[in-house]
Design a protein around this ligand. Structure first.
Ligand code: ATP
Ligand code: MG
Length: 183
C-alpha cells in the first residue's frame, strides 16, 4: 500500500493547510529542531487511527489541535487527510473499486474524532482494520519514534512478539481474535 499525499490543517504546529506529496522512492524530511518533523510522522500515525494520546506526546487527544502562539489564535479543530494508492487492491470490500481514496480524520474540541474513507463516514476501527490488513497502521514497526530503538533493545518478550506479528502481517487476525474472545 502506497501513500501519495498527506494533508494537514490545524494539526499541532501545522496551523496552515500543508500538502505533502509523497513521491516514489525515498523521502527525507530535514529541518532544525522543533520545526515539526516528528509532528509529520505523528500526523501519519494519527490518521491511521492512533488512539493513545501518549503516542502523540499529549495528555489528551485534543492536544493535537494547534494550541496557539503569541501571534496566532488556537484552532478549534484539526484535520489530517491521507491519500492512499489502491492500485494493488488491498482495501476492504466497499472501498476497493477505486485506484485510490482519501482517509480523513478530524477532531474538534470537546467532540472527539470522526473518520471518513473515500467520503463515507466510518468508525475508528474500520480505519485501523484497513491498515492492519495491509500490514501497516499506527502501530506498524515501520514507524519508529525518536528514542524507540533503545526501547526495542530492552523490550520484554511479549512486546517483541507483537513486533514480529506485525511484521508477519497477522496483527489484523490477532485483533479480530481478541474481539471474538470478548463477545
Ligand atoms: P527535533 O529535531 O528536536 O526532533 P522536530 O522537527 O521533530 O524536532 P517536532 O517535535 O515535530 O519537531 O515539533 C515540535 C514543535 O511542535 C514544538 O515547537 C511544539 O511547540 C509544536 N507543537 C506541538 N504540538 C503543538 C500544538 N498542539 N500546537 C502548536 N504547536 C505545537
Ligand atoms: Mg523530532
Amino acid at each position: 500500500m502506497r501513500f501519495d499525499r498527506l494533508r494537514l490543517n490545524g494539526f499541532k504546529s501545522f496551523v496552515d493547510p500543508t500538502d505533502l506529496v509523497i513521491r516514489e522512492g525515498l523521502t527525507g524530511i530535514v529541518g532544525p529542531n522543533g520545526c515539526g518533523k516528528s509532528n509529520l510522522l505523528e500526523a501519519l500515525r494519527w490518521v491511521m487511527g492512533e488512539n493513545r494520546p501518549t503516542a502523540m506526546r499529549g495528555e489528551g487527544m485534543e492536544d493535537v489541535i494547534f494550541a496557539g502562539t503569541a501571534r496566532r489564535a488556537a484552532r478549534a479543530h484539526a484535520e489530517v487527510v491521507l491519500t492512499v494508492d489502491n492500485r494493488d487492491r488491498l482495501a476492504p470490500a466497499g472501498f476497493n473499486d477505486d485506484d485510490g481514496f482519501d482517509i480523513v480524520r478530524r477532531i474538534a474540541r470537546d467532540a472527539g474524532s470522526v473518520y471518513k474513507i473515500g467520503g463515507k463516514d466510518v468508525r475508528a476501527r474500520d480505519v485501523q482494520m484497513l491498515f492492519a490488513d495491509a500490514s501497516t497502521g499506527a502501530h506498524s514497526p515501520a514507524l519508529v519514534r525518536q528514542g524507540q530503538i533503545s526501547e526495542l533493545i530492552s523490550a520484554k518478550p511479549r512486546s517483541r512478539r507483537r513486533i514480529l506479528e506485525e511484521a508477519a502481517g497477522i496483527s489484523g487476525l490477532y485483533q479480530r481474535r481478541h474481539e471474538a474472545e470478548l463477545k
